[in-house]
Design a protein around this ligand. Structure first.
Ligand code: KIV
Length: 272
């Protein structure tokens, strides 16, 4: 029996059942080695389309493809055992119709082994959420700043100020009524996030939306200090991996240039 078979992986209903009980811990992961670490500490892992920026160096998530999400989703599922894995539906894979969304969501689930998908949008996307949910696809919704709509939003500005709070509330209620088990709330005012969290039965997962949510998510690269030149204000940095990697590569280069490599403990044995 494999070690994986002895651990029961969390499901979307398990995450939904945490509402009002315990804060939900979540991070993104895109690769197998990091998935193994994140899996030990998080309730769910998001294979976010932020991988367009973190892995592929794109300027936004708009160019991310189904094939990218499938390759990274499969890697994350392969090295995680306990956390629910949620895979992002990329821009253009679900907006056209509920049928298009189901076709691509089914592909993501069948080809990665993930337990849920995430898609962006408010009340207008609720019929699609209901269509997926009714066909066995658990959905994590995403409102507030929705990065796939960056070209329409005109940037990543805080949402939910003034009258905008009632629009966000209506979006959240429509998505929860449609059966979303959770709603990511990105970069909104605390008041908007707090009101939505109190109003909907779905769990709310904040990112830059205050501790008032049922749980939190961050991009793993941000908390690990992978991008020293880009640090979202809402993401605490817990390690400086880019600086450590830079120092390690510099030390290696110094060793090679001073002919100190390989060191005595790494001396290659002469082949017989
Ligand atoms: O793509 C992503 O990583 C996300 C999170 C930031 C919520 O959507």
């Amino acid at each position: 029996m494999s070690i994986h078979a002895s651990i029961r992986r969390r499901t979307a209903p398990d995450i939904r059942a945490m509402k009002g009980k315990a804060p939900i811990v979540s991070l993104t992961a895109y690769t197998a080695p990091l998935a193994a670490i994140v899996d030990r500490h998080c309730d769910f892992i998001l294979v976010g389309d932020s991988l367009g920026m973190t892995i592929y160096g794109m300027a936004s998530t708009v160019g991310v493809t189904m094939d990218m999400m499938i390759a990274h989703g499969r890697a994350v599922v392969s090295r995680s055992a306990a956390a629910l894995v949620v895979v992002d539906m990329p821009f253009g894979s679900y907006e056209e119709s509920p049928a298009q969304a189901f076709r691509n969501a089914a592909r993501l689930m069948a080809e990665t082994g993930c337990g849920a998908v995430k898609l962006e949008g408010g009340a207008h996307i609720a019929p699609t959420v209901a269509f997926l949910q009714a066909r066995g696809v658990p959905v994590l919704a995403h409102i507030g700043v929705t990065p796939q709509a960056v070209n329409a939003l005109g940037g990543y500005k805080v949402q939910g100020r003034g009258d905008d709070a009632s629009r966000l509330m209506a979006d959240a209620q429509a998505l929860a009524d449609a059966g979303a088990f959770g709603i990511v709330i990105e970069k909104t005012t605390e008041a908007a996030a707090r009101a939505i969290t109190a109003a909907v039965p779905a769990v709310t997962i904040g990112i830059g939306a205050s501790p008032a949510c049922d749980g939190q998510i961050l991009v793993v690269d941000d908390i690990l200090g992978m991008f020293p030149d880009f640090r979202p204000k809402f993401a605490k940095v817990y390690a400086e991996l880019a600086a450590s990697a830079d120092a390690a590569v510099a030390a290696y280069a110094d060793d090679v240039r001073s002919r100190a490599f390989p060191g005595p403990e790494h001396t290659f044995k002469d082949r017989p």
